[in-house]
Design a protein around this ligand. Structure first.
Ligand code: SF4
Length: 398
């Protein structure tokens, strides 16, 4: 809830994809990661984190990949450096280190020491869980690691992904997480998008590891079974949930040619695998070179946080994307593709900077929706309320 509530706030956080490597081979992987994928010197990321200054740095650093815990010493060092700069750190992992053979029922897993130290240094730890990950790492093994972390008071969450509101896997896994952790661990439920390996892979959904039901999403409000999802947006372009480096699909919504549909993703700078810093974490933006000029904020090897932050806050095009969205800027019809329109934007100077009061109103509207509002817009209704599980201010009116 707290992290997602910050999502529309420009430069409130920075994402760092510290390696594209991953030992898992999940069929839907948005980053197309492999064990020998690209990886660049840790000093690039370390240097950039060293420029965070207390009071002026990001409030949150999110370490992702690939699999960030393939570089546990770097992850730990970045978390410690970020803390000295006044930032909290979150790690998102695919859980490759969970034991292949789950411990006996209810048991906690042993975590390799270097990885354990990295998780300890971070303020929040999130595990990816979906049908494709479960082909690689058993669900019970992931639960055993999370049990061990929860027992020592770690702040945890799950990033859960499915094919959409009607996906029976989502009903099954969200119910299992709620049961296992007594509603103390929140989850952000997102949708698989056509990006990375998922762009070309035939994504037949693996069979469920446990029995499924046909009822509404567990814990959802009465009547949710027949609740319809918002009008389907164009296919999202990320797979691992709406806050990660592989996220950044378009928001849910409809529109006519040139209609306003603000992009809340153009808010958190993203340090890509090679240190290039982009204005959002849309995987096509992170992956392709050259980065479109209006979406490039700098490079972690040469720029400091203050420069990147100023570019993020002051760019007229980014301010317009956050306020009106790319379709409005391009006068394009929605069927042209939300992020695709953005990537090919050709806005002649002067940049179409929105009036400050309009910009503020749009941002405040998004802030008023809080973490749940963000999950509703970018995640997978009817599961948006699950981001509030375990939150001290949890809304009990579900
Ligand atoms: S609309 Fe543009 S800034 Fe927003 S997520 Fe898509 S590519 Fe990134």
């Amino acid at each position: 809830m707290d992290i997602l509530a910050l999502r529309p706030v420009p430069a409130a956080a920075v994402l760092m994809a510290i390696t594209r490597r991953c030992p898992l081979r999940c069929r839907h992987c948005s980053t197309g990661s492999l064990p020998a994928s690209e990886e660049h010197p840790g000093e690039i990321f370390q240097r950039f984190a060293g420029t965070f200054a207390p009071g002026d740095g990001p409030r949150l650093v999110m370490l992702t990949g690939g699999e960030p815990l393939l570089r546990p010493r770097l992850a730990r060092s970045l978390a410690e450096t970020a803390a000295r700069g006044g930032a909290r750190t979150m790690i998102l992992s695919g859980m490759f280190f969970a034991p292949r053979v789950p411990p006996a029922a209810g048991g906690a897993a042993r975590i390799p020491p270097a990885i354990d130290a990295a998780i300890d240094a971070a303020d929040h730890f999130s595990a990816s869980l979906d049908a494709f990950h479960e082909e690689e790492v058993p669900r019970e093994s992931v639960f055993a690691v999370m049990r061990a972390l929860l027992a020592r008071g770690k702040d945890l969450s799950f990033h859960v992904t499915g094919t959409g509101p009607g996906d029976p896997y989502l009903r099954d896994v969200t119910a299992a997480i709620r049961r296992e952790f007594g509603d103390r661990v929140p989850m952000l439920v997102g949708r698989v998008g056509a990006v990375g390996r998922a762009r070309t892979a035939a994504l037949a959904i693996p069979s469920l590891p446990a029995a499924t039901g046909s009822e509404a999403a567990p814990g959802a409000p009465a009547g949710t079974a027949s609740r319809t999802a918002p009008p389907a947006p164009p296919a999202p372009t990320g797979t691992s949930g709406a806050v990660t480096a592989s996220e950044a699909g378009p928001p849910a919504g409809t529109g006519t040619a040139g209609s306003a549909l603000p992009c809340a993703m153009a808010a958190w700078p993203t340090v890509g695998f090679d240190g290039t810093i982009t204005a959002c974490c849309n995987q096509d933006v992170v992956d392709h070179r050259p980065v479109p000029g209006h979406l490039r904020l700098g490079h972690a090897g040469t720029d400091d946080w203050d420069t990147v932050r100023r570019r993020c806050l002051e760019s007229g095009v980014l301010r317009a994307l956050r306020t009106y969205g790319p379709l409005w800027l391009a006068g394009a019809p929605p069927e042209r593709g939300y992020c695709e329109t953005c990537r090919t934007l050709d806005v002649p100077p002067p940049a179409p900077t929105p009036a400050a009061f309009v910009e503020r109103q749009v941002r405040d509207l998004q802030l008023a929706g809080g973490g749940t509002g963000f999950a509703r817009r970018y995640g997978c209704p009817p599961y948006d309320h699950l981001v509030s599980l375990g939150h001290p201010e949890r809304d009990h009116d579900f």
